[in-house]
Write a protein that binds this ligand. Structure first.
Ligand code: BES
Ligand code: ZN
Length: 457
């Protein structure tokens, strides 16, 4: 089964592929907000119908949360499992969008044509790259080049509560030789990448309560304890003056970068001045003695994602608040244990609570970091296929983001994952005006066609 006509078909069918992507993008499948439950369901239905149209045996599978989509097709080795997520992030602040986030459109920009809208890059545009490659393959050759399972999730952006139970219950059905995850970025606009290590995550909220109600800060201030002051100290104490994180035992299981990976990364032309300049910054923050790529890909972090309390509306209100809250997350690397980090964080907070202030931790969840074995020959085969499509040597890179399912595939199903995606750093995922370059979509589908050909050999 030859590749060239499949690539030609993808080129000729680009407009139709875009129409299909637009239809999926118009469905506001925001998983974290219960208001959009029916829309998540509709996105799953759309995908099932689309996959059945290609010839897959596809079904929507209920979970206690949003449904999974599972599809089977093709015969022969290897058996590949493709993963993507059809849910998207909320759109707020809506006023910062130039257009309706769910009315996607093609737009001309100085950096080329882009598809603008929520989910274009994370992850609907990406998951449609492999579906389009498979559609073209079947249209051209009447069959897929090997056995393929597709596994699409609708809760990735809201912590994937149903994922591990579903994987355990359906382990036999989902087990394949290798998982292919399309939810990452290129190294830069020109250089494709296979992500070989991801950071893990431990996220928790801390709610401090002092007085039983908000108080007049003149009548009570000076005598009554202010929980925002306590929270500010807790947050300030997360890092020392050199940027190291102070939690007890935090660095247990954090490895030094192996020499061969350090050498690989040194070979990458990463311009941190430009990377920061693009978002209005100039000076690297964080640990003093680490390189920029180490800080992004292989060092753990502690970040405050949100913090509030007291009066934050217009004007001024002299209030001494009853409560102060922060959402804090830790990116994890190596063998750092999310549960141990959670315990250390709780201790960090409790050690700093004065009399009369109590802390609640309602929400903790986490997933460890993961690393893939690049000596598996499939990695080199896919790397070559990518290099041919992009006309540049594909790089093995790390990623600072977290895709917990990569670790679950290893732990629950005993299979490694190859992470290949075509997003760009400036796609504004999780932000207003998210976009996906038309080139990412087009070359993405072509890349998958080539990778399928290379792996099915
Ligand atoms: N697609 C992203 C992960 C990602 C971001 C990979 C940037 C490569 C570059 C994914 O959808 C995501 O945002 N994941 C969350 C996971 C969390 C909610 C468990 C993340 O990284 O914050
Ligand atoms: Zn994603």
């Amino acid at each position: 089964m030859t590749l060239a006509p499949v690539l030609a078909r993808l080129d000729a069918g680009l407009d139709d592929a875009l129409d299909r992507l637009m239809a999926l993008l118009r469905i506001p499948s925001i998983s974290t907000d219960p208001v959009f439950k029916a829309e998540c369901d509709a996105a799953a239905d759309w995908l099932v119908a689309d996959l059945q149209g290609i010839g897959f045996e596809a079904s929507k599978r209920p979970t206690p949360g949003h449904p999974m989509v599972v599809a089977h097709g093709g015969e022969g080795a290897p058996h590949l499992l493709f993963y993507g997520h059809y849910d998207v992030q909320p759109v707020d602040p809506l006023e910062l969008w130039d257009n309706d986030p769910f009315a996607p459109a093609i737009e001309d920009t100085p950096k080329g044509k882009v598809i603008r809208g929520r989910g274009t890059s994370d992850d609907k545009g990406q998951l449609m790259t492999f579906i389009e490659a498979m559609r073209a393959w079947v249209a051209e050759h009447g069959a897929l080049p090997c056995r393929i399972t597709i596994f699409l999730e609708g809760e990735e952006e809201s912590g994937s509560p149903s994922l591990v139970p579903f994987m355990k219950e359906n382990a036999e059905e989902l087990k394949a030789d290798l998982a292919m995850i399309c939810d990452t970025t290129l190294f830069d606009a020109k250089v494709p990448a296979i992500t070989t290590q991801l950071r893990g995550l431990m996220a928790e909220e801390v709610i401090l309560t002092g007085p039983t109600r908000d108080l007049h800060s003149g009548m009570y201030g000076g005598l009554a304890r202010n929980p925002i002051h306590v929270l500010a100290k807790i947050v300030a104490d997360l890092h020392d003056d050199t940027g190291r994180i102070t939690l007890d035992g935090f660095y247990d299981g954090v490895p030094e970068l192996p020499d061969e990976i350090r050498a690989q990364w040194q070979g990458l032309a990463f311009d941190h001045t430009r990377f920061l300049g693009d978002v209005g910054l100039s000076q690297p923050a964080g640990e003093a003695d680490r390189t920029p790529l180490e800080k992004l890909w292989s060092r753990p972090t502690a970040e405050v994602n949100g913090i509030w309390g007291g009066y934050t509306g217009a004007g001024f209100k002299t209030v001494l608040p009853s409560k102060a809250t922060a959402k804090i997350s830790f990116r994890l690397v190596g063998d750092q244990d999310p549960e141990a980090i959670h315990k250390a964080f709780v201790r960090h907070v409790e050690d700093r609570l004065p009399e009369d202030v109590t802390a609640e931790f309602p929400n903790g969840h986490g997933a460890p970091a993961s690393r893939m074995p690049t000596d598996d020959p499939a990695f080199e085969a896919a790397r070559q296929a990518l290099s041919e499509e992009w006309g540049m040597e594909a790089a093995f890179v790390g990623s600072g983001g977290s895709i917990p399912i990569a670790g679950h595939f290893q732990q629950v199903l005993g299979m490694n994952a190859m992470l290949i995606g075509f997003g760009r750093d400036d796609d504004q995922i999780h932000s207003p005006n998210e976009k996906y370059n038309l080139e990412s979509f087009h070359k993405g589908m072509r890349s998958w066609a080539r990778i399928l050909a290379a792996l099915a050999k």
